[in-house]
Structure formats: structure tokens, C-alpha cells
Ligand binder design. Structure first.
Ligand code: HAM
Length: 552
């Protein structure tokens, strides 16, 4: 049998590595709390339109990397009715009875949707439709027949006369191929009709990033009406169908944060940008990550951007034909994205394209200068890179990345920037914002590289305080009780099994714990336990009441 493995680009995180993950996450929570951020958790999948509109149709993320599917409604009764009706009329030559609409109106409340006239000599039928055969549907059809025979609502016509005297045939149509429920069908004829009768209602996408989701939530919950800045952080998996390599996965984790609010709350201030960058520098320092580099740029406001894009488009007229297929298309659809191109042959051409820095208006220039001045004031080192545009369409003004040399090709530890127009792009109020997301997988890689250098052996299992070894099955229950007592006292305890021989208990205990506690018949009776420390080899007898203390 072929083994089922984790899907390419995804992976399992196991202890002891998960301890490191937890530590990094705990540090993030602690640091962000000092800056007064609160946690937000948004759904892992969203309406595809959110990313198309927010991140941008022409970005790599949206055009190539999203996990998107059509979500199906379970069952679409109308499509079954339509398909079935077509076959009756076109293929079988039956008539859907139009002459007795008042009968239909009368029995609709019993689930009857059509009356099928089969012409003489066969009788008319009440037809109901369902996702499957249920007792309710069968009973409802019988009641419809009863109602029509007992009520004096029928006018004089051959059909009506027939119905009154003999009653209609009853038919329940369900999709073929589904497991049928075992119910008494009475006089109802069940017809299984082949085909797919579910309706595609919504295109959904596994989130490739979290900013669009946070801004959607901001709009949906009217957070802007508080008049305050919203400072929100998140920790969770994101999904992009990228070519997997070291530091690049298809399911990866981000720790991110967003500061967003109405302009009156100060959301546009360059101080917000500098504060977020300073927080990131402090966070990396607190984790002990050294050697990071902050690179930043301004991509201009929503009024600078069209001027720059026009210039880019003009310059690309001559140059695009020598570039890759994607660039040729993007030169037309979204010239800014040409700058994200990774094709080596295109890089010299990209170098010659106009720079956004030359197209910033006075306000954007002043905003960027104020961000840099605040960074200087608090001593956060940076480098300005006029080519840093980042691969998402929502950015305005400040954009940034923190890189780390130890990561190789995927050297961006984190990225972020301002998105002053995103809320409006999603149909919300004006709500400028700035935020970042860091690749947790890459952060962990950096920490692991560093630890291997500085502290060999770090990141291994922490040993339990004690391994409890019941000496026979008779002591198993008592051993569990003892383990419970010690765990409640705050100790980390591993529990053995009475079926193990003493030798095996010592072997396992030595691997997982600092000490072994023996629990045999004598110990159980006397309440005096034998412990042996694996570090010193020392064996002692300890009264049960003092055990927790002795094991610490
Ligand atoms: P991003 O640059 O697309 O920005 O991703 C941010 C970080 O996520 C990257 O710097 C990288 O560390 C990590 N990352 C991205 N893709 C992968 C992958 N396939 N495998 C491992 N790590 C990856 C955003 O996502 C924006 N939402 C950031 C933001 C927040 N801007 C404003 N607010």
C-alpha cells in the first residue's frame, strides 16, 4: 500500500521544535502587549473577491498562488426540478399539468412542486422533489392527496374529476446514487434521477495573507466608529501555492500586526510607521536575533502612484518586448508588478526603469522624511532601497522588509507597509493603516541556525522531573494516582507500566526523566518510595508526603 504523506510544501511540527515555536509566539504576545496590541483571529478562508480586490488581481499571490475552490450548496432543488421537467416534456412527451394551477397552489404547502399529466389512460401525478427519501416527504405527499380529495375546491373538468374520484399518483424525485434511507414508501413512487444538483454559490480561498481579512473585519464590525486606533495582531497559518524550498512553504505561519483607524485617530501619522518598526526591532532583539537588516522605501500616495505608473508604462513600451511573458503582460495590466519580476535576464532592464522616489509629491516626501527622522531619534538602523515596492497592490507610502543573511534565497524575515486606501478598496470607510507580517517558519530557521552555532544541543527534549515505574500491573492504578498527585504539585511526570520489567523501566526512565520513582507492593504499603537520580546515581527512600519536594 502506498503511504500517505504530508502534502508537498506542508509539514508537521513536532516536539521538541514546537517548544521553540511556542516560545517565539509567547514572546510576540508579550512584546505586542507592551505596545497595547490586542489579538484578532480571522477565518482561514474568505471570499475570493477579498483577495482579488485587496491584494490585487495581477499580483503573483492572486494570479498564481491561491488555493481557491467553488463552494457548493449541498442541494439545489430548483436545478433538479428543471432537469427532471425537461426530460418529461422533451424525451417522454408528458405534459406538466397547466390546467389545474389552483390544485397546485392548494398542495404546494405539502411539498408538491408539479402536477404531471400523462394523458389518458394514465392518471395525473403529484410530484415532489428532495435531496433524499425521507419519511417527512412521503407523509407530506400522502397528506396532499388527502387534502385534495376531501376539500371541495375542484371545478368540473376531466382531470379534476379524476383527481377527486381516484386521487393523484404520488411521486418523489431524488438525485440518483445517494444512499437511501430505509423508510416505508407507502403508495409513493420514488424516482432516482441521475445528475449533479448542487449549486456553486461562492468562490472561496484559503487566506494567502491576513491583512485583507483584518481590514474586512475592521469594516464588518464598524471598528472605525470607536474613533480610536485599532491595534491588532494575529498568529496563524497562511497558504500560497509556491514552489517549495528551504524557508518557503505552501502552508506557512505568520505573526503579523495592523494599526488601522480613522485619520482623526492619527492613523496617517509617520509616528505610527516608526513605532511599528521600532516594535519589530525590539521584538527581534528580545528573541535574540541579531544581524537583521531593515530596508525601507516609500511607494507614494494614491495620487503619486498613477503618475509613476504612467511613466513606467511609457518606459516599458520599448523595453517590455525584450522581457519575460509575465512582464510583457504586466506592462499593460499592472506595470508596477514588473518590478517584482525575479527572472535574472530581466533584472538589468528593470534597473533602467524610472524610480518611484522621483515621482513622490511634497506630502509623501515629507511623510517619509518624518518616518526616517523618528527612526533616527530612537536609534533603529535602516537602509533606504528605492526599488523596494513589495508584491501586493495595497501598499501606499512606507514599505519595508527585514532581511536576514542566514536565510539564503528566501531572506525576507518579514515585510509590511502602509495601506491607506485598502479599506476604501473593500467598500469601507477611509481608514489608513500600517502593518507587517513575519514568516514564523523563517524566524524559527534563523533561531535554529543561531542556536546550532551558539548552544549545541539546544532545542532538545526537556527531561521530565520523574518517571514513575509501577513494579507490576497491581500497582498501575496506584501509580496513576501518584502521578496525578505529583503533576498537581507542578511536576512534569512520565508514567510507566507494570508490565515493563525493572530493566526496561530504568532504560526508558533514563531517556525521558531526571529521576525514577519505584512503586512496588512494599512502597505502596509503607508509603515510603524509592527514588534514583539518573544524574548522580544516588538512590534514596522518601516518604510520599516529601516526594514532590525531593524531585524538584
Ligand atoms: P508578504 O511579504 O507577502 O506580506 O509576507 C510576509 C512574510 O511572510 C514574508 O516576509 C515571509 O517571511 C513570510 N512568507 C511569505 N510567503 C512565505 C512562504 N511561502 N513560506 C514561508 N514564509 C513566507 C504580507 O503577507 C502582508 N500581509 C504583510 C503586511 C501586513 N503588510 C501590511 N500589513
Amino acid at each position: 500500500m502506498t503511504l500517505i504523506k504530508a502534502v508537498r510544501g506542508t509539514r508537521d511540527l513536532l516536539p521538541p521544535e514546537t517548544e521553540l515555536w511556542n516560545r517565539v509566539e509567547a514572546t510576540a504576545r508579550r512584546v505586542f502587549a507592551r505596545y497595547n496590541f490586542g489579538e484578532i483571529r480571522t477565518p482561514i478562508f474568505e471570499d475570493t473577491q477579498l483577495f482579488a480586490r485587496g491584494v490585487g488581481e495581477e499580483t503573483d499571490i492572486v494570479s498564481k498562488e491561491m488555493y481557491t475552490w467553488e463552494d457548493r450548496e449541498r442541494f439545489d432543488v430548483q436545478s433538479l426540478v428543471n432537469a427532471w421537467t425537461n426530460v418529461q416534456i422533451n424525451d417522454r412527451g408528458f405534459v406538466i399539468e397547466g390546467a389545474i394551477p389552483y390544485v397546485l397552489r392548494e398542495v404546494e404547502k405539502f411539498g408538491v412542486r408539479l402536477i404531471l399529466g400523462r394523458r389518458n389512460p394514465e392518471k395525473p401525478e403529484f410530484v415532489a422533489f428532495g435531496a433524499k427519501v425521507t419519511r417527512e416527504a412521503i407523509e407530506a405527499l400522502s397528506r396532499a392527496k388527502q387534502a385534495i380529495q376531501t376539500k371541495r375546491i375542484l371545478p368540473f373538468s376531466p382531470d379534476a374529476d379524476y383527481l377527486r374520484r381516484f386521487g393523484p399518483g404520488l411521486r418523489l424525485v431524488v438525485p440518483a446514487g445517494l444512499p437511501a434511507e430505509d423508510v416505508d414508501r407507502g403508495e409513493v413512487e420514488i424516482e432516482e434521477f441521475p445528475g449533479q444538483f448542487s449549486k456553486s454559490v461562492q468562490s472561496l480561498t484559503l487566506r494567502p495573507e491576513n491583512t485583507a481579512g483584518v481590514v474586512r473585519a475592521y469594516i464588518e464590525h464598524k471598528l472605525g466608529e470607536t474613533g480610536l486606533l485599532q491595534k491588532l495582531y494575529y498568529i496563524g497559518p497562511q497558504f500560497r501555492r509556491e514552489r517549495p524550498q528551504k524557508g518557503r512553504y505552501r502552508q506557512f505561519w505568520q505573526i503579523g500586526a495592523e494599526v488601522i483607524g480613522p485619520p482623526s485617530a492619527g492613523s496617517e501619522s509617520p509616528l505610527r510607521d516608526a513605532e511599528v518598526l521600532e516594535m519589530l526591532a525590539s521584538f527581534l532583539d528580545e528573541l535574540g536575533i541579531t544581524g537583521w537588516k531593515l530596508v525601507l522605501n516609500s511607494v507614494g500616495s494614491s495620487t503619486d502612484r498613477p503618475r509613476y505608473i504612467a511613466a513606467l508604462r511609457e518606459a516599458l513600451k520599448d523595453k517590455a518586448p525584450q522581457m519575460c511573458g509575465d512582464c510583457q503582460r504586466r506592462a499593460e495590466t499592472n506595470p508596477l508588478r514588473v518590478l517584482d519580476c525575479k527572472v535574472p535576464e530581466d533584472q538589468p532592464i528593470i534597473e533602467t526603469l524610472p524610480r518611484i522616489a522621483d515621482y513622490l509629491d511634497e506630502e509623501s516626501k515629507a511623510h517619509f522624511a518624518a518616518v526616517l527622522a523618528a527612526l533616527d531619534a530612537c536609534g533603529v538602523q535602516y537602509e533606504v532601497n528605492p526599488r523596494l515596492v513589495r508584491g501586493l497592490d495595497y501598499y501606499t507610502r512606507t514599505t519595508f522588509e527585514f532581511t536576514h543573511g542566514g536565510l539564503g534565497a528566501q531572506n525576507a524575515l518579514l515585510g509590511g507597509g502602509r495601506y491607506d486606501g485598502l479599506s476604501e478598496m473593500l467598500g469601507g470607510p477611509k481608514a489608513p493603516g500600517i502593518g507587517f507580517a513575519m514568516g514564523l517558519d523563517r524566524l524559527i530557521l534563523t533561531l535554529q541556525n543561531r542556536r546550532a552555532d551558539e548552544a549545541p544541543g539546544a532545542g532538545q527534549f526537556a527531561l521530565a522531573d520523574a518517571y514513575i515505574a509501577p513494579l507490576s500491573d497491581t500497582q498501575n492504578a496506584a501509580a496513576l494516582e501518584l502521578a496525578r498527585e505529583l503533576r498537581r504539585a507542578g511536576l512534569r511526570v512520565e508514567l510507566g507500566d507494570g508490565a515493563f520489567r525493572l530493566k526496561k523501566s530504568f532504560e526508558i526512565g533514563n531517556k525521558v526523566a531526571r529521576a525514577i520513582v519505584l512503586l512496588g507492593e512494599d512502597e505502596q504499603r509503607s508509603g515510603i518510595l524509592t527514588i534514583k537520580s539518573f544524574a548522580t546515581g544516588e538512590q534514596t527512600k522518601i516518604p510520599r508526603g516529601e516526594l514532590a519536594q525531593a524531585l524538584r
